[in-house]
Design a protein around this ligand. Structure first.
Ligand SMILES: Cc1cc2nc3c(=O)[nH]c(=O)nc-3n(C[C@H](O)[C@H](O)[C@H](O)COP(=O)(O)OP(=O)(O)OC[C@H]3O[C@@H](n4cnc5c(N)ncnc54)[C@H](O)[C@@H]3O)c2cc1C
Length: 472
């Protein structure tokens, strides 16, 4: 039987997509690359995932796991005709243990829906990517996703206790577990952030966090980004780690305001959205401290949300920032680098200069507390020569971040789009160690090939140049 006939026999025609239009939809994610899809399958159980892996292997096709496709690094984009394994139908919350604050969930559960579901117990799942209304827990695990509230709570890896993984050989492994210090090697920690290259995550044991007794959200306006960034650094230097510290520059504030009318000040050069949570007395003191520091750094206004509805509106504005860019230009390329907090302003200045030099519009919205920059270049890809300028500017932004003591990615992962830049931060020995680990999980190199590790990392690449990204 053909590949498709085998899949149809396993899953039924409804859960096997072969139409060119359907395959096109799955040929890209939220980044700028696209690639060839042979067929898309929608398994609903671990057993079906095992069979999918075996069928793909029998027919000689690689596998690309996929959640909601909101990734921004081309992680779910195939580089060669591949079986795309869409996990979105595995969206059950299997069990919640309120006493131990854990839950076993399917990889296709949408991030925000998990917290909505556990709210009745006064619990939530802490990592909150701005894409949380669409992205999946499986995708979050695979990218070690961050989010505005990961400043105090830590990124995804801190909140994943265990998982079920279907390997490239079709074996089912349970990694980690609910015990405080599970015995054996920590393979759970290795799979988090492995971007689908170690296997397909089919169930996840997440840690749930208790809702804070008090939360206050602040909106602070500044005449320059330096004042906002200095307020962030000084707050943390005072020993206070707020739940979130997010900065937006003038252009993005305007785009957001036009899009969702969040009540952001249009005359500000930078807006800082700060949130503190915990015991009501501590929260009140922290609000005063941040207001004080902001005044010292020239804040033109300091507002504290009057109620939950106003706070929610401000957060809606922050989380709609990427979507708001669509009003400025038909295409955008969002970068994700990390720099030491103390060098935020200097690197940001370099980002503006790089954009100017390449004749590109750039907007900035970022997780300032942990130095995670998100410069967004907005452009029209149809204009001849634009993509080359975008690529030049993107590489220069990464180089500037690395030169300032930062790194390639704060949360979106390496995928396809940053793969060839790995050599700027890792030595050949580092890359070889990573490649050997990957080889242990996937000796034949069939699980999301050509991702993360550049050509020449190790013997998997012998004689075979890694496929280059195709940009749209
Ligand atoms: C508007 C917007 C805002 C965003 N904000 C943030 C943010 O604040 N923080 C952040 O970290 N990211 C952010 N992102 C990026 C993206 O949402 C995250 O990387 C998210 O974790 C991807 O989840 P997904 O379900 O869409 O995964 P996909 O894009 O489908 O896949 C991402 C990677 O995970 C792998 N994968 C997916 N599911 C599985 C599985 N079950 N098993 C094994 N591998 C799997 C894929 O192969 C791929 O390599 C944003 C994206 C957008 C579009």
């Amino acid at each position: 039987m053909s590949l498709t006939a085998d899949f149809v026999a396993l899953l039924g025609i409804e859960r096997v997509k072969t139409h060119p239009l359907e395959r096109h939809v799955y040929s890209r994610d939220g980044g700028i690359s696209l690639g060839p899809v042979e067929v898309v399958v929608h398994p609903e159980t671990t057993e079906e995932v095992v069979d999918v892996v075996q069928i793909a292997r029998r027919h000689g096709f690689p596998l690309v796991p996929r959640g909601a496709g909101t990734g921004l690094a081309g992680g779910a984009v195939p580089t060669q005709p591949a079986v795309v394994v869409a996990l979105t139908r595995m969206n059950q919350i299997h069990e919640i243990d309120v006493a131990s604050r854990t839950a076993w969930v399917g990889p296709g559960v949408i991030n925000v829906e998990l917290s909505q579901h556990t709210a009745r117990y006064g619990l939530h799942y802490a990592p909150d990517p701005s894409s949380q209304a669409a992205c999946t827990i499986g995708g979050n695990v695979a990218t070690n996703a961050g989010g505005p509230h990961c400043l105090a709570d830590g990124t995804t890896v801190v909140h994943i206790l265990g998982m079920e993984l279907v390997t490239a050989e079709g074996e089912v492994l349970i990694l980690g577990g609910a015990a405080p210090d599970p015995p054996g090697l920590d393979l759970r920690g290795i799979v988090v952030g492995s971007e689908g290259t170690f296997g397909i995550v089919t169930r996840v044991l997440v840690r749930l966090s208790e809702d804070a007794p008090a939360t206050r959200t602040m909106l602070l306006a500044f005449g320059d980004t330096a004042g906002a960034a200095a307020t962030v650094s000084d707050t943390i230097a005072e020993g206070v780690i707020p739940a979130a510290l997010e900065i937006m520059d003038r252009l993005i504030v305007r785009a957001v305001e036009n899009f969702v009318q969040a009540g952001f000040p249009l005359d500000a050069a930078a807006v800082l959205l700060a949130e503190v949570s915990g015991h009501p007395v501590a929260v009140a003191a922290e609000v005063d401290l941040i207001a004080d520091l902001a005044a010292r750094h020239g804040a033109s206004s300091v507002r504290v949300a009057a109620d939950e509805a106003e706070a929610a509106l401000w957060w809606k504005g922050r989380k709609a920032a990427f979507g708001a860019v669509a009003q400025m230009a038909p295409d955008y390329y969002l970068h994700d680098t990390v720099v030491p907090r103390s060098r935020l302003v200097e690197v940001l200045q370099t980002v503006y200069e790089i954009a100017d030099r390449n004749d590109l519009m750039v907007m900035n919205v970022f997780h300032a507390g942990d130095g995670n920059l998100h410069p967004i270049m907005a452009f029209d890809a149809e204009e001849p020569g634009t993509m080359a300028r975008v690529k030049t500017a993107a590489d220069a932004i990464v180089a500037a971040s690395v030169a300032a003591g930062g790194s390639l990615s704060g949360e979106h992962g390496i995928g396809l789009e940053k793969r060839d830049l790995m050599k700027t931060v890792f030595s050949p020995v580092d890359l070889d160690a990573q490649a050997r680990l990957r080889e242990a999980f996937d000796p034949a190199g069939v699980m999301n090939p050509d991702k993360i590790l550049p050509t020449g990392s190790r013997c998997l690449d012998y004689g075979r140049p890694a496929a280059a990204p195709v940009v749209s």
